[in-house]
Design a protein around this ligand. Structure first.
Ligand code: GUN
Length: 287
């Protein structure tokens, strides 16, 4: 049976470490790193995510400013808010929760966030720096996946990593981070041919497609490591990932559960990015 990778425990360790680092930062600088979260509209899942992000932020000793706007907010109003947050010296990280209402173009908003405060790592400057292998703010979920792999001392170099899903939030940045760690990376998507066979060649599988139990246990190579990014609710209310967990865990050497695997890492890495952004902001000021 596979080792179960305990994301909750790893995330708690990251958060405990961060809390200590934030204490030191506050002593040295006389203020706390600050995160602004922006929620537009009433999406129930987004409300929960944003609430958890703010709670975690305060738990780590950082300042969190929550801005909640109505569903009817215009693109211009949101752009003006982003501009004010960009200029606010107490705010080091800005997170605009996605999805946004349809009258607002997400690209326009994400591109307006200062790259130095882009704790989601979604701005083209940060994405470009990730491609080039330069230091940058990194997308939180794939960054969390890298931490999970580190937690089991997984040696990524030379491994065949197969990523199922090519989203800008997870699949693409995960591919770039694994490539930077010297994996041989394949990105699969809805048009990929012979997907089961491609996955069968993987030493490391990252499933991020948002379809319940889409990756079958029989596709997993004996001894592979499986990272399941999916969080899907079945009609009976049960939460499952993108991987058929029970079957996959008979073949994998290590696997993340759902819930309690990748999920808790995303918020931990958001806090990490906020502290990094606060530190880098100071470095720029003192240069
Ligand atoms: N919606 C779903 N995941 C995310 C995320 O990581 N960041 C933001 N801003 N919105 C999201």
């Amino acid at each position: 049976m596979a080792q179960i990778i305990d994301g909750k425990a790893v995330a708690q360790r990251v958060r405990d470490d961060l809390k200590k680092e934030v204490e030191i930062f506050k002593k040295q600088n006389g203020f706390a790193p600050g995160l602004a979260t922006v929620l537009v509209g009433e999406n129930p899942a987004s409300k929960v995510y944003v609430k958890n992000k703010n709670k975690a932020c305060e738990g780590a000793g950082m300042v969190s400013e929550q801005i909640v706007l109505s569903d009817a907010t215009s693109e211009k109003e949101l752009l003006d808010l982003v501009q004010r947050l960009n200029e606010n010296p107490k705010i080091h990280g800005i997170l605009v929760q996605l999805p946004l209402p349809k009258q607002i173009r997400s690209d326009k908003i994400l591109n307006a966030i200062s790259p130095a405060k882009d704790v989601d790592g979604f701005h083209p400057v940060n994405v470009g720096n990730l491609v080039a292998g330069n230091p940058c703010l990194k997308s939180c979920t794939p960054f969390g996946i890298m931490k999970l792999l580190e937690s089991i001392n997984y040696d990524i170099a030379g491994k065949n990593a197969v990523i199922v899903g090519r989203s800008n939030i997870v699949g693409k940045p995960a591919a770039l981070m694994l490539l930077a760690a010297h994996a041989t990376v394949t990105i699969c998507h809805s048009k990929t041919q012979n997907l089961p066979d491609v996955v069968r060649g993987a030493d490391l599988v990252v499933a991020a497609i948002g379809k319940p139990q889409f990756v079958k246990g029989s596709w997993i190579k004996e001894g592979a490591v499986v990272i399941d990014v999916g969080i899907n609710r079945l009609p009976d209310g049960k939460l499952v990932g993108d991987v058929e967990f029970d079957e996959a865990s008979k073949r994998a050497s290590a696997i993340t559960p759902v819930p309690g695997g990748v999920g808790p890492m995303t918020i931990a890495m958001l806090l990490w990015n906020t502290l990094e952004a606060a530190r880098a902001g100071l470095a720029a000021k003192n240069a």
